[in-house]
Write a protein that binds this ligand. Sequence first.
Ligand SMILES: [Zn+2]
Length: 404
Amino acid sequence: MKTIPHYYDYNSAEPFKAAILEIRPLAAGTSAVILDATIFYPEGGGQPADRGAINGVPLLNVIEKDHEILHIISRENAAKLAAGTVELALDAERRRDHSVHHTGQHLLSGTILRMTGAYTLSMHIGEETCTIDVDIKELLTETLVAVEEEAQTAIEEERPVITHLCPPENVLDFPLRKQIPQVDEVIRVVEIQGCDFSPCCGTHLRSTGQIGALRVLGAEKYKGMTRVYFIAGRRVLRDSRLLRRNAEIVSRALKTPVAEIGASILALLEKANEREQKLKFFQEEDAARKAKALVAAFANTDASSGVEDAGKPRVITASFMDADMEETLRIGKSAQSLIPAVLVLASEAEVKFAAFSSVKGLDIRGLLKNELEANHGKGGGGPSFFQGMFENLKDLHAFMAAIR
Ligand SMILES: [Zn+2]
């Protein structure tokens, strides 16, 4: 027996009674309930499925498969239902949101077609934003604004939305925006008076006025087409609230009127960038100074190759109390260019160290690894650069002492 669809005419918060014909276990811990009649729209044509409950059991999804409408519930909950009369409760807020966006989409697609000649090839009603894919290479911002204004005019004019139930042989009497998807016994043609005719199985509002508002959020190139993002109805309110709230935070922080925060942010970023450059310059200068002081004691030794008389590499160590690793690395890099040696520099602030070598042909890993392991440190690197860390300062100190 086929489920009688009532999702087009059911328009009330009152519960609806139907009979369970079958409860069928499905894969993945779910079951499908098959009813003699339903108020739940099954996912299709870009419109998501309704939500709600059957005798209080929440619906996970509603799908149409092989001419059957399957009401998906969890397997666990299936035990709570049995064949016979049940009460269906629709999540009316979600349904209204879908109808608002579906009618809004027809209005938007019809308006774009009229103003640019481009057809909509697909649409999607998402949880956050909705999209249509329009068969045109590009839609300029000015065009999108003009489309938005034109759609708003149609909303203000409260144009009736009429559903024509039409036998297939008569469907071409309508100036359709879209091809007929499949040949059913009856084709639903949704008309927005003076704006659009489209064959459609979705749920719709009674007039464009119920859309309330429609915002085109933007457009991007997509597979040779243009993907247009939009929201309508209460989502416009929510979006506006969110943007306003954020804009006001920025406005207060910058002491700038909301209308000017964009320009203010850009100016601020430019200033911050300049400061960053200056800071970098001073940091490098500071590191160079510290590096010079560090190697000064060794500058007069004649081990110009970095290897001392006994064939051992010259090792320079230092522990910095306040320097973080970033600064320690800057000092190390700078010192490395001043003198051939192995530099082992520790940041006590971060309980880490870095080792640099400018001694030709030397692999510092051999020099460090044993002491690193002996003092419970972790680290890694290559022949001329090595980094490591310790759990505590005591281990770091012991390691540094051993290296020295
Ligand atoms: Zn539609």
